[in-house]
Design a protein around this ligand. Structure first.
Ligand code: SF4
Ligand code: SF4
Length: 60
């Protein structure tokens, strides 16, 4: 099982994770990225690598 954590302090809603994720896990809610479809995650960790603010942690 994959767990995704997004730091609301670090996230500035830049949309990079939304553009990066191949299975559309993320959506922006109230100005922050939320892993709304976490169950779809493939644990490729592309979002974690691409987030410019280091706001995402993907753990398996
Ligand atoms: S890439 Fe990082 S800073 Fe940008 S919206 Fe996603 S979590 Fe937020
Ligand atoms: S690890 Fe990959 S599949 Fe999972 S949320 Fe990030 S980009 Fe999407």
């Amino acid at each position: 099982m994959v767990e995704i954590q997004v730091s609301t302090e670090k996230c500035d809603a830049c949309n990079t994770c939304i553009d990066t994720c191949p299975v559309e896990v993320y959506e922006i809610k109230d100005g922050k990225s939320v892993p709304a479809r976490q169950g779809e995650c493939l644990a490729c960790k592309a979002c974690e690598a691409q987030c410019p603010n280091g706001a995402i942690q993907v753990t398996e």
